[in-house]
Unconditional design. Structure first.
Length: 147
């Protein structure tokens, strides 16, 4: 598994409860650009419409050696899942406060995959609590390491 990009901000802004793996329908220059590691998941999201899943605002840079038929960097990309999985995700995402967030893009063999997380948005005080817990954990590990 070769990691291309990761959405670190998603773990800060959402509490991720479940993750799913989906394929992506890509153009040739998009695959080549992903192999170069030129992708960004910041501000991207997943939306389900008409029993199909789509990835919005995922920036895949144009391929450097491409020609006139290079791809649009912010185009909407279709995600490939079984219909039963899409229906199950649609039911979960329609619950109040839940959303589908792309967490990472990676290659599994020759195929580009995206990991989707079902997350619930955190409030400001929850984000601060998470940071405090993480800092306290680091302090404990440092103290144990020094003894």
């Amino acid at each position: 598994m070769k990691l291309v990009t990761q959405n670190k901000k998603a773990y800060h802004d959402y509490s991720i409860e479940d993750t799913f793996e989906a394929g992506m329908q890509l153009l040739g220059t998009e695959v080549k650009s992903l192999r170069d590691g030129k992708a960004n998941l910041k501000d991207s999201y997943v939306h389900i419409k008409a029993a199909e899943m789509f990835l919005f605002n995922c920036h895949i840079s144009p391929y450097s050696h491409g020609n006139i038929q290079n791809h649009e960097p912010l185009r909407t990309r279709k995600l490939l899942l079984h219909r039963k999985e899409i229906e199950r995700l649609k039911g979960k995402a329609q619950q109040k406060g839940y959303t589908l967030i792309p967490l990472k893009i990676y290659f599994k063999g020759p195929f580009a995959k995206v990991e989707i997380g079902l997350g619930k948005g955190k409030r400001e005080y929850e984000k601060r609590e998470t940071l405090k817990e993480r800092e306290a954990k680091r302090e404990m590990e440092r103290a144990l390491k020094n003894k």
